[in-house]
Design a protein around this ligand. Sequence first.
Ligand SMILES: [Zn+2]
Length: 262
Amino acid sequence: MTQELVTIATFTGVFEAEMAKTFLEEAGFEVYLQNERFQSMYASIAGDMYQIELQVFAEFEDEATGLLNDLDDSYLASRILKKEKALLEGHFQLTSGNHSNQYIEKIRVLQNPEATHTLCKRLAQRLSEYDFDTVIGPAYGAIVLAFEVARILGKRFVFTQRNEGSMVFRSGFDLQDTQKAVVIEDIVSTGGSLAEVLSCASQRGIEVVAVGLLVDRSGGKLDPGVPVESLLSMDIPLWRPEECELCKLEVPLIKPGSSDKK
Ligand SMILES: [Zn+2]
């Protein structure tokens, strides 16, 4: 008896197709990708011509399709963070001044543009139901994310940056046609800098209709006053320095990114 392969999903990018393949393989399915080799060789032109087809044996079609629908944002985001080795363990001082035993080195995700694009596509899907004309991303980490989300959704892109301590729009941007915006951030723990971006927008008469996050580190406790769409919610413990157990144990403190902040 010959078993027939059926296509249950198509992808324009190799990275996304591989993620879906691994997801199904971990659940015990035999999975084949068609056109992948062609895609890798001619990535710049192949996307428009060929889609990567994800195939399973016909008898598993319904089961595998159902499972693939469960490949949700949080699975994808946590998978990518692990794959890019962005989840670090140790004793860290966060931007907020709090200490934690876990740190997400978000810059490692940006090292892989395909992974970044995959995440931005999911964020774009989540934000597409909102009415806005511009995507705002605070420097530096969220610039790439906000740019990519704006590109996918056909919106304008601007960024904010810190200037002598306060959050401002980068000079030179023309904000005349910006009325409604979404703000994209990579990882938010206490929401301190996010609040600064929101107030910076409102000072310019821009209404922020939603916030899109890669990771909500507060585990859903965040309340910026507008809807939050986060791909992944993690409840990572954090302590004030004077209450930090790791400080008491004299574990050396790491200040990620501190050498970049002048
Ligand atoms: Zn500590």
